[in-house]
Design a protein around this ligand. Structure first.
Ligand code: DGL
Length: 272
């Protein structure tokens, strides 16, 4: 039995899709969620810069006394998963491998599309993972600049988002994919918009549920699970504006968020 919390982080709201699945799978665990909204979005940034942010956050979370770090951001997983695993003492779980596996299992015509940030597409981790799982799959990656920003705007389900999603879906439909990986943790927050754009013939794959399963399995195998019967608690931290995070987070997570702590970028990097 290990009562320490599990840390989950993202550039903003997207990791809440992973937190949700973790709450469904592990209701007795405590969680610390950090949204780096002060530096959102990560997607257009160079991979080296994202790696620096992720390492800073990983070290900060470890200093909070967590038992595991979940990188609930595809851009940060692409840029920094290996570095985080090498540097941190606690286990680190990312979001890309579970999706790649699920997509290769789901496709029937062996044509898989990817919607993701510029950084994730540039890093190419999905391409190499899919190739290692089935070299016969045709893979169509597509960067979606601006989509995560639309999702964090005041009108995440507005006409701007619907138009952008339709424009990004068009080339993948022309490529005749039957499976599309939602390779950014923000995208499942507008799942209904995406489902309508692609229609019934296309399977949308996203990692939140698989990631939660992997977190639970890792805890069980390493003897780190919390066995208490009481319901877990969630702590929320942002590098941005706490009230804005609270309102947006409550709406996306459909969970009462009472308090959001603020950490400055200097505080994030400060040693214990
Ligand atoms: N949620 C983040 C991801 O999964 C990205 C959004 C962003 O910061 O650009 O890549």
């Amino acid at each position: 039995m290990d009562g320490r919390p599990i840390a989950i982080f993202d550039s903003g709201m997207g990791g809440l899709t992973v937190l949700h699945e973790c709450l469904v799978t592990m209701p007795n665990e405590d969680f610390v969620y950090l949204g780096d909204t002060g530096r959102f979005p990560y997607g257009p940034r160079p991979l080296d810069e994202i790696r620096g942010f992720a390492l800073e956050i990983g070290r900060f979370l470890e200093r909070q006394g967590v038992k595991m770090v979940v990188v609930a951001c595809n851009s940060a997983t692409s840029a920094a998963l290996a570095d985080l695993q090498a540097e941190l003492e606690v286990p680190v779980v990312g979001v890309i491998a579970p999706e790649a596996e699920a997509a290769v299992q789901a496709t029937r015509n062996r044509r898989i599309g990817l919607l993701a940030t510029e950084a994730t597409v540039e890093a190419g981790r999905y391409a190499s993972l899919i190739r290692s799982l089935d070299a016969g799959v045709s893979f169509f990656p597509l960067a979606c600049p601006g989509l995560a920003e639309l999702i964090e705007s005041d009108t995440p389900y507005g006409a701007g988002t619907v138009d952008a999603v339709r424009a990004y879906a068009r080339p993948l439909k022309q490529d005749d994919v039957d499976t599309v990986i939602l390779g950014c943790t923000h995208y499942p927050l507008i799942r209904h918009v995406l489902e309508r754009a692609f229609g019934r013939g296309v399977t949308l794959v996203f990692s939140a549920e698989e990631t939660a399963r992997k977190v639970a399995e890792t805890l069980a195998r390493k003897g780190l699970a919390r066995t208490s019967e009481r319901e877990g608690v969630c702590r929320f931290i942002t590098t941005g504006e706490p009230e804005q995070f609270r309102l947006m987070g409550e709406r996306f997570l459909q969970f009462p968020i009472v308090e959001v702590e603020s950490v400055s970028l200097a505080g994030l990097g400060a040693p214990a």
